[in-house]
Design a protein around this ligand. Sequence first.
Ligand code: MN
Length: 205
Amino acid sequence: MFEQVKLKYNFNELEPYIDELTMITHYTKHHAAYTNNFNAAVEKANLTGKSTEEILANLDMVKDEGLKAQLKNNGGGYYNHNLYFATMAPNGKHAPEGKLGDKIVSTFGSFEVLKEKLSQAASTRFGSGWAWLSVDKKGNLQVTSSSNQDNPITESKGEWMPIVGIDVWEHAYYLKYKNLRGDYIKELFNVIDWNEVEKLYNKAL
Ligand code: MN
């Protein structure tokens, strides 16, 4: 059984950037539903024991198209939100250092340029989806975006792993920011914990 990541902060602690009601609804309703539906689909597909990454990277092994879609949508919803919630913190590290910090500078020029690229990817994603910073097995970095609950693992069949995910579904920001997705994206950077992102980067190498 897959379980939602345990939050290291209270629902109200990302205020004023992410409001308490959005956090409660997002975690206890949206993410909980993806998790339950993913567990049901995993059981139905006889994939118990496999990791989420393995399942998402190898969706082609599921021949039933309906079941494949359930695994992609709910497995993505489960995985993407685990990443999102685990890499936020009220008092996190505000800029990356170490290997990741160096790679960001050599790839994008500066951390500021990376933030611009991520913001651009998030704000121009039409409809519901995500923007990503991802790493491959050589430590290369890329910024992309996906629709719905797709992610770099499903899209690259496991070649790229996301280490930052910006949720731009309206449920992630509408209660506080209404139609102003750009404001939400700008404020979200206040609660991304780059210490956690560095750990994910180092683990992927
Ligand atoms: Mn969401």
